[in-house]
Write a protein that binds this ligand. Structure first.
Ligand code: OFO
Length: 169
């Protein structure tokens, strides 16, 4: 059975993952307005990944005999100055999520919940990949600057990304 403290930490993180889903959905809407369909595709995959991250924890809390309590999801921003500004925010956001996941692992440590710690390892590794992939797009956007041909080439590249449903845990 999961401890109360661990259960609360997971419930908070489920909310954070659903906020991430909402944030990427808002970014997807922004890229729709720019007609950059590759960026739209990339965001759509982020949306699905974040949903899967939330559901992984949702199922885990239940499997451990805990109770999922859903809370209100904050409204995300709706407008950005440029694709570069979007990716700057994403990198900051994912670094914040990494800190939250590490905080969850700290709670697992504190309450000596080894099962939760093992489960959280998947998320810890996932954050390394998230930061790397976002950092890659951000670096390319910085190189592109104001070159619209470069932006269209990147858009084409991002259109090729496919969603692989994550196997969590
Ligand atoms: Fe973007 O990461 Fe969830 O956990």
């Amino acid at each position: 059975m999961i401890s109360e403290k661990m259960e609360k930490a997971f419930n908070d993180q489920i909310n954070a993952e659903l906020y991430s889903e909402y944030l990427y959905l808002s970014m997807k809407a922004y890229f729709e307005t720019l007609n950059l369909k590759g960026f739209v595709n990339w965001m759509n995959i982020q949306v699905q990944e974040e949903h899967a991250h939330a559901m992984g924890m949702f199922d885990y809390v239940n499997a451990r005999g805990g109770r999922v309590i859903l809370k209100a999801i904050d409204a995300p921003e709706t407008d950005w100055a440029s694709p570069l500004a979007v990716f700057e925010q994403i990198l900051k956001h994912e670094e914040h999520v990494t800190a939250l996941i590490n905080g969850l692992a700290d709670v697992a440590d504190e309450v000596k919940d080894r099962a939760a710690l093992t489960f959280l390892n998947w998320y810890i590794k996932e954050q390394v990949e998230e930061e790397e992939s976002v950092g890659g797009v951000l670096a390319t956007l910085k190189l592109i600057g104001n070159d619209s041909q470069g932006l269209l080439a990147l858009d084409k590249e991002l259109a090729a990304r496919v969603f692989n449903p994550p196997v969590i845990g």
